[in-house]
Design a protein around this ligand. Structure first.
Ligand code: PSU
Ligand code: MN
Length: 313
């Protein structure tokens, strides 16, 4: 049975649907972990996307945490998709990628959509969820000085006081510029057991982190401190892939250059850019990068669940 629509924040009644199990867990102070859906709809090949969507929820549940995968079904943003919703988003035709600015059009036109980190973080926060795990955050694209292509993930996190677990940002991006923007936007960044900022496929993207934590409990203390100060931005917990599991850095450099050339040649812009680049990397590495992507995502879901438990406890 579908949960009743709920009036969330300043939105019209029924505009956002929060699943009963999620609403109850939030109200009772039980741990809840938000998960995005663009990784499923636009990041992973079928049928793997559906397996990953369901497996990740199971992993979170096994950790004693209520999973809330977020996406748009028939125009309605849903916080806490059920298995049928996830199946629909992973298999239907015409599922779009929705960042925050796309939510009104998706609603008006009754579209199905995977939500990006930006849209997911906003919806999760509106529903009272405090922790969110993703694979890799969006950021400033290479060449942004010309194109202005900066992911809406960054300003969205500046306005959502939650904790986001991510393996840094994707190495397809301009990592230095992204770190500068994170600083400008007041987003707290901590490395999880590392001094180095991770680059999704690789444990070290070539930059340091401003601070580090050694445990989920320490990350939770940083989040509580943010709350105590009344600051409006997210805390980003940068959780690197284990070095033994990362994409070989030389191979990584090679396919990255290839992907950037291909995007340039194809004239790809806007919201197609990230999925296009990731797809080229996936094909050029013969699926190796896909396995890394999944290992990263699982690791972030595990750590996010731990932090959610610490914050609830
Ligand atoms: N992970 C993937 N593929 C993706 C994404 C994540 O494997 O496409 C998504 C995330 O949802 C992230 C988004 O928020 O890419 C960023 O896209 P953009 O740069 O257009 O904002
Ligand atoms: Mn963009």
């Amino acid at each position: 049975m579908q949960p009743e629509p709920l009036h969330v924040g300043g939105s019209a009644p029924g505009a956002i649907r929060v699943a009963d199990r999620v609403r109850e867990a939030v109200a009772a102070g039980r741990p809840v972990l938000a998960l995005e859906s663009t990784i499923l709809t636009h990041g992973l090949p079928r049928p793997r996307n559906l397996e990953v969507g369901l497996e990740t929820e199971a992993l979170v549940r096994d950790a004693g945490v209520e999973p809330a995968t977020i996406g748009v079904v028939g125009g309605v943003p849903v916080v806490g998709l059920d298995d049928d919703d996830i199946r629909r988003l992973c298999t239907a035709d015409g599922v779009v990628k929705a960042s925050t600015r796309d939510l009104p059009v998706a609603r008006a036109q009754g579209l199905d959509a995977g939500t990006t980190v930006a849209a997911t973080a906003w919806l999760a926060h509106r529903a009272g969820i405090r922790v969110f795990s993703t694979g890799g955050l969006g950021g400033v694209h290479r060449g942004a000085g010309e194109t202005f292509d900066e992911s809406a993930d960054l300003p969205a996190l500046a306005a959502a006081p939650i904790t986001v677990v991510s393996a840094g940002v994707k190495s397809i991006l301009d990592i230095g510029a992204t770190l500068e923007r994170l600083e400008t936007l007041g987003i707290t960044v901590v490395g999880y057991r590392t001094d180095r900022f991770p680059g999704f496929y690789v444990a070290d993207a070539g930059f340091g982190v401003p601070a580090r934590v050694e445990s989920a409990a320490e990350a939770a203390t940083v989040a509580r401190s943010r709350d105590a100060l009344g600051l409006p931005a997210a805390v980003l917990v940068a959780n690197p892939i284990a070095e033994a599991e990362q994409l070989d850095p030389a191979e990584h450099e090679r396919v990255l250059a290839e992907a950037l050339r291909a995007a340039d040649a194809a004239g790809v812009t806007g919201r197609d850019t990230t999925p296009f680049l990731l797809d080229v990397v996936q094909r050029a590495t013969g699926g190796r990068s896909l396995e890394v992507n999944l290992a990263v995502y699982r690791g972030n879901a595990r750590l996010g669940a731990e932090i959610a438990r610490e914050l609830a406890g």
